[in-house]
Design a protein around this ligand. Structure first.
Ligand code: GS8
Length: 214
């Protein structure tokens, strides 16, 4: 069967979030860059893949999936369902909890920081330090909860790796490209969790893809 196609540039953390899940699931896929500079993301071809004209989008044969977290779940269900613990009602529920925490706590605090520090200057704007400071405070509140959780178990959903952990990787890699990675220093269990994730071949491969020279 033809490899899946993941549409979007690897400078987008929503695209690389999917790449981590696809790598970890052992899926066959290729990345097809979409050129924002020429407005390719708003072209009829891309709107057919994602009607919001955004990246990422995934094509698997005649199936199109958009929304990064839905793509990640699809990759797991297709190639490595144990990353969702779907066979176990209770474990799957806890994986879901931490998937939601990533989407509704971690990501909303970190996204404005990454946008201000990494994206805005690329678009010719200047970083609003007030927005960064406000969201660093929000992020610290979230990290305190992670610290308590990770002092009880090795990974977020328990003593097993799951998609809930992996979905944090791409944005956290971006955090390390800002001057604010030291925010993690106050949370030793979070740092140890992150160091363990960084050792994974899937994470190393995607981290290399995210380097501007890649
Ligand atoms: C967000 C996608 C998104 O914001 C998801 O897939 O998780 N909830 C969606 N994509 C941005 C690139 S930043 O990663 C995008 O495509 N922006 C272009 C636009 O909105 O026009």
């Amino acid at each position: 069967m033809a490899p899946m196609k993941l549409y979007g540039a690897t400078m987008s953390w929503n695209v690389t979030k999917c790449a981590v899940a696809l790598e970890e699931a052992g899926a066959e896929y290729e990345i097809v860059p979409i050129d924002f500079a020429t407005g390719e993301h708003k072209s009829p071809e891309h709107l057919a893949r994602n009607p919001f004209g955004q990246v990422p989008a995934l094509q698997d044969g005649d199936l199109y999936v958009f929304e990064s977290r839905a793509i990640c779940k699809y990759a797991c269900r297709k190639n490595k369902p144990e990353l969702l613990k779907e066979g176990d009602l209770k474990e799957a529920a806890i994986v879901d909890v931490w998937l939601e925490v990533e989407a509704h706590q971690y990501s909303p605090a970190l996204t404005p920081i990454l946008f201000q520090v990494l994206v805005k200057p690329m678009l010719g704007g200047t970083c609003d330090e007030k927005v960064v400071e406000e969201n660093l405070e929000k992020l610290k509140t979230v990290l305190a909860v992670y610290e308590a959780r990770l002092s009880k178990c090795k990974y977020l959903a328990g003593d097993f790796i799951s998609l809930a952990d992996l979905n944090h990787v791409s944005m956290t890699l971006c955090l390390f490209a800002t001057p604010h990675a030291s925010v993690l220093d106050a949370y030793p269990h979070v740092k140890a969790w992150w160091a363990g994730l960084m050792e994974r071949p899937s994470v190393q491969k995607v981290a290399a893809l995210m380097k501007p020279s890649a």
